[in-house]
Design a protein around this ligand. Structure first.
Ligand code: WTA
Length: 633
């Protein structure tokens, strides 16, 4: 594999080339794929639009590069290894040939149920191979998939269906998650009461739960695929045709549909996978994310499969049936690259070393982290006890919008530094800017993280609302993509990500907009106003703290707090449930009526030193009441 960087000097050389001659650089990588028609121009861009196009006029189908291309060279090699929720249940190994057949068969199924090129299909499924098959089949027929994490509520699901006017939902009867069984079909049924675009629902039989099947709309997966051919000629896509939409939270309004396109995403997810994890043919690679998040898209499905890798998919959770489950799986399949989130590491660290004792973990060569800043303590625990001190730990910084890993060590090639994402990948030009947007050169600087040149998998638009894309990412600093994160370049020149600088909280590696949680809280009839902030949380990284002004009539404080939490759970989903709800008499506001979140953040993190000057507030007395109400005085 000529695209894999082998040495530190190789990295430096490639990086320089990628900055000096980006088009030649990416053209060479893209050349290693099968294109139905070559591109006429490598890149056209303007961040003011924004308008970014890669591999213009190139025609391809990403699944031909995942499936057809590997059929003859590695048809019998394992593409997906699937480990079910129950350790005793039968696992599955799916070869590239089988994956090809399953994908073609499901492509025919989609088409015979009315799906055409450009149609949107929602995938609301458990972590089973069929979820990957569903994504690939959409890509093969040219439909746009939008995977919705199956922990989201019916309201969140309905919002996403409505936003992209999806035609079909792919789901299951129920999901297993640890000791829990989740009635997902019921959630879909509820969501579809609030939507009108869905014509068909295909339901995978996973748990055998009894579900309502609506005549004419709902079909069982096994019935739908029966008799469908296992050959399907991949639909020709333009490089800039949409591949998928993935909804993510921002600091304002409802989640937005981040759009990725075929050509650029293919090239970048593959290239970053290969180089960051230093995958070698025959290795077993495991990413513990859910396909409902971008990590699952780029580093369970697309990146690894484009590289012809063996990717492991796990249906369950790290602590079921006990806190040794991850390590049992690593030993069982001799996993070589293991990629997880700091929140999982911290949760497992809390169980001590005993759960690790039965396992050798000797197959591991590379361990990785994603989703939030990894604190030094968790970094060392992971490095020493899981990596046994001799596996490179890649701390990978990236976002739904970037499509692939942007800043990270390349395992064993570039140096590892605890809690530092470290260096940009070739082709990535990060800059740190001050509040005016001036680039801060040199080392020992801190500011907001931007990227000044496009890379192939950069967000193209937010579905149905291009202006929102421009405003959110390309208007804060002229001519740059703004990440929403703060960063520091340390004295050695390594980048350290400092976390969000906007109103987004990162709960267990999942992004939550404070406004989104506030909107949900405000749905409760007794709520007058609310303000939500993040606070440091030992396991989740950040927890959610809600300050709420309520009409207390007929309610006790305890009742109301519970009802508020339930409201959020119902409207968004369990991941957004506030950890703390404090009923307050008022919220600190500036004279122009803006909530002073800085004060609320300090109280939520139990730090009331240096509250700053509060005398200019509209209602300074409320600060003292909030501090007392939080039990801090
Ligand atoms: C945060 C997840 C520090 C960051 C792939 C970013 C990180 C947001 C890291 C994107 C990391 C992700 N170190 N922070 N290694 N990785 N983040 O869209 O704040 O779910 O902006 O993508 O997660 O979250 P998203």
């Amino acid at each position: 594999m000529g695209n894999k960087i082998q040495t530190l000097s190789g990295y430096i050389h490639e990086y320089q080339k990628s900055v000096l001659q980006p088009e030649e650089f990416w053209s060479r990588i893209a050349d290693s794929f099968y294109w139905k028609q070559a591109w006429s121009k490598t890149l056209e861009w303007d961040f003011d639009g924004p308008d970014v196009k890669w591999f213009l006029d190139g025609k391809l189908n990403i699944t031909e590069n995942i499936l057809d291309r590997h059929l003859f060279t590695k048809g019998d090699d394992p593409a997906i290894i699937w480990e079910p929720n129950e350790p005793g249940d039968k696992h599955k190994v799916i070869s590239y040939r089988e994956l090809y057949e399953m994908t073609c068969q499901f492509s025919n199924t989609l088409v015979s149920n009315g799906v055409k090129k450009g149609d949107r299909v929602i995938i609301y499924m458990p972590m089973v191979p069929e979820a990957a098959v569903a994504m690939l089949a959409c890509a093969r027929v040219g439909a746009v998939h939008s995977v919705v994490f199956a922990g989201f509520s019916s309201t969140s699901l309905a919002d996403r269906i409505n936003d992209c006017e999806a035609k079909m939902v792919l789901t299951s009867d129920g999901n297993y998650r640890g000791a829990k069984q989740i009635p997902v079909k019921e959630v879909v049924d509820e969501a579809l009461e609030k939507t009108s675009s869905i014509e068909k629902v295909i339901v995978l039989n996973r748990t055998g739960d009894k579900v309502d099947m609506k005549e004419g709309r709902d079909i069982w997966w096994h019935d739908a695929i029966e008799g469908q051919s296992k050959e399907f000629k991949a639909v020709e896509m333009d490089s800039e045709d949409m591949l998928f939409i993935l909804y993510t939270s921002g600091s304002t309004g409802k989640p937005k549909g981040v759009v990725h396109t075929c050509g650029g995403y293919m090239v970048y997810s593959y290239y970053s996978f290969l180089n960051v994890f230093q995958y070698s043919q025959g290795d077993v690679y495991w990413c513990t994310a859910d396909v409902g998040w971008i990590t699952g898209h780029s580093y369970i499905v697309y990146g690894p499969l484009l590289a012809g890798a063996t990717t492991l998919m796990f249906e369950g959770v790290p602590t079921y049936p006990n806190a040794g489950r991850f390590w049992e799986i690593v030993d069982k399949y001799k996993v070589n690259q293991f990629y997880t989130a700091p929140t999982a590491i911290r949760a497992l660290q809390a169980f001590g070393l005993e759960p690790l004792e039965p396992y050798s973990l000797e197959s591991l060569k590379v361990i990785g982290s994603v989703g939030e800043p990894i604190n030094e303590e968790a970094w060392h625990w992971y490095h020493d006890h899981i990596g046994k001190g001799n596996c490179p730990l890649v701390d990978t910084w990236w976002q739904t919008e970037t499509g692939g890993i942007m800043i990270s060590a390349l395992a064993g090639i570039t140096p590892n530094k605890p809690a530092h994402a470290s260096l940009p990948l070739p082709g990535i030009q990060p800059v740190i800017v001050d509040s005016e947007g001036n680039e801060l050169h040199g080392n020992n600087v801190e500011g907001n993280l931007c990227v000044k040149f496009p890379w192939p998998s950069i967000i193209r638009t937010t579905y149905g609302d291009h202006e929102r894309c421009r405003q959110t990412y390309f208007s804060t600093y002229k001519g740059m993509y703004f990440t929403g994160d703060g960063a520091k370049r340390d004295h050695d020149g390594y980048l350290r990500i400092l976390g969000r600088v906007d109103d987004v909280i990162n709960v267990s590696g999942h992004r939550m907009g404070t406004a989104e949680v506030e909107n949900a809280i405000n749905e409760h009839p007794k709520v007058v106003e609310s303000a939500v902030v993040g606070f440091p949380h030992d396991v989740k990284g950040q927890g959610i703290y809600a300050y709420v002004i309520c009409d207390m009539e007929g309610r006790t404080e305890e009742n109301l707090k519970k009802e508020i939490k339930d409201t959020v759970r119902k409207i968004i989903g369990p991941i957004a449930t506030p950890d703390e709800v404090q009923i307050v008499p008022g919220l600190p506001k500036t004279r122009s009526g803006k909530i002073m979140r800085r004060i609320l953040r300090k109280v939520a993190s139990k730090d009331i030193s240096n509250m700053g000057d509060t005398s200019t507030l509209l209602n300074p007395e409320v600060v003292e009441e909030i501090i007392q109400g939080a039990g801090l005085k």
